[in-house]
Design a protein around this ligand. Structure first.
Ligand SMILES: Cc1cc2nc3c(=O)[nH]c(=O)nc-3n(C[C@H](O)[C@H](O)[C@H](O)COP(=O)(O)OP(=O)(O)OC[C@H]3O[C@@H](n4cnc5c(N)ncnc54)[C@H](O)[C@@H]3O)c2cc1C
Length: 391
């Protein structure tokens, strides 16, 4: 059979279906017209605008792969990746809000919640409720399963005590997927996932962090003092929270890869535009080979990143193994984002170093890619283990 036979030749990774192209174009327009004008002020204020958040819901960006019967868009994981990438090109803070909602929270509910829980929560998540994913604590970051938040059986409820740290979206969220241990003697096999409403008794949002980058995305502490959570709000099985945490994070990493790919593309966009209009020595700087070579290298790395991210996402949607590819794409994308934003600053020269141009912010935003949803070292641990275990 010929290699060009349409029945056997898989599509090129960056070839989008008609539906995906239209979706991408809609998100791109929204990012450029509605988000871009506010990026600097939101970064300075450290607050995400409520009107833009509302528009994210109206556009369906907060419930991309929630089935239509629950009020969502009926899309799939790769579409979330496209949306995160497009939004991050303009504002990585906005992208992570959408990322956590879709790839971590909604994803966990779709996979592990029972039908009653889905009917209760998915319509809210599609319509107007922001959500958070609360695993990390002060004493347990990379060693996530050493978490010390405890849940004790209290009849119709569980009573939770502890603190969570670094929780994205917490200032805006109405719902929290929170991991606590019901049986510390069992170690990680006591970890259980709870769905917590913001107004639950004993639940409070604590300090909001003042950060280097992604400043418009809120990151807060959560305080649980005898917090009462109905037993009906346990997600999945008791003691199986570790599985929910691992599996959602494996997928979430592709979302962070997409955020970093979009960020890198955004930095390249600014460098290209500036190089074509900035004149020195009587020519645009884009006419100098030294600048062209920089731009070319940036473009190569952005393309390689996008291929890795799309491949991991397409593997996930196809039901094929993707854990190594997800770790690789996040690891590589966060490096490329940092490098591309840094080089973009240099292409812009002095103005690149100021807040009047967006590349300074993209550089600050890039740093988080190496930290959350597993640091670069933790990705290297995953990648090395998978390769060493290969027969
Ligand atoms: C802005 C922001 C948003 C976040 N959002 C969320 C969220 O929504 N939900 C949530 O649950 N968490 C969230 N986090 C937490 C994030 O996932 C953790 O910060 C991250 O996992 C690292 O944990 P740590 O900060 O405790 O660092 P540590 O685990 O203390 O790591 C410190 C350093 O030691 C290295 N290290 C640790 N262990 C090893 C090892 N075994 N081998 C080699 N090196 C190692 C790390 O790579 C790192 O360089 C967020 C964090 C930030 C900063």
């Amino acid at each position: 059979m010929l290699a060009t036979d349409a029945r056997v030749t898989p599509s090129p990774l960056t070839q989008l279906s008609e539906e995906e192209r239209m979706f991408q174009a809609t998100v791109r327009k929204f990012a450029r017209e509605r988000i871009a004008p506010h990026v600097r002020s939101m970064d300075e204020a450290g607050v995400f605008r409520k009107d833009i958040l509302r528009e994210c819901f109206e556009l369906g960006l907060m419930g991309i792969d929630i089935p239509e019967e629950y009020g969502g868009q009926g899309g799939y994981f790769f579409q979330s990746i496209l949306a995160i990438e497009e939004i991050a090109r303009v504002d990585p803070s906005a992208a992570v809000i959408i990322d956590v909602q879709n790839t971590l929270f909604n994803n966990a509910i779709l996979r592990w919640a029972n039908e009653e829980q889905k009917r209760k929560y998915l319509p809210r998540l599609s319509k107007d409720t922001v959500a958070s994913y609360a695993l990390s604590e002060a004493g347990s970051g990379s060693d996530a399963f050493a978490l010390s938040t405890r849940a004790v059986d209290a009849g119709a409820h569980y009573k939770l005590n502890g603190r969570k740290l670094w929780i994205t979206n917490a200032a805006e969220s109405g719902l929290f997927l929170l991991f606590a241990n019901v049986n510390p003697e069992a170690g990680y096999k006591g970890i259980t996932a709870f769905l917590i409403e913001r107004d639950s008794p004993g639940f409070q949002i604590g300090k909001k962090e003042d950060k280097l980058g992604i400043r418009a995305s809120s990151t807060c502490e959560l305080i649980l003092d005898d917090c009462l959570v109905p037993k009906a709000n346990v997600i999945g099985e008791i003691g199986k929270g570790y599985k929910i945490a691992i599996e959602t994070l494996n997928e979430g990493r592709i979302g962070i890869g997409a955020q970093m790919a979009g960020l890198a593309q955004g930095a390249l966009d600014h460098a290209l535009a500036y190089a074509k209009q900035r004149k020195q020595f009587g020519k645009t700087i884009a006419e100098f080979q030294g600048v062209q070579f920089d731009l070319a290298e940036m473009a190569v790395e952005v393309e390689a990143t996008r291929l890795m991210v799309y491949n991991a996402a397409r593997l996930r949607d196809a039901g094929l193994p993707f854990i190594t590819e997800a770790a690789m794409c996040k690891y590589f994308a966060s490096q490329v984002a940092e490098r591309t934003a840094s080089r973009a600053i240099e292409v812009l020269g002095g103005v690149g170093f100021t807040k009047d141009y967006p590349v300074e912010k993209l550089f600050r935003d890039s740093k988080i890619g190496r930290i959350y949803e597993g640091t670069s070292n933790m990705q290297r641990v995953t990648i090395a283990k998978q390769w060493l275990d290969r027969k």
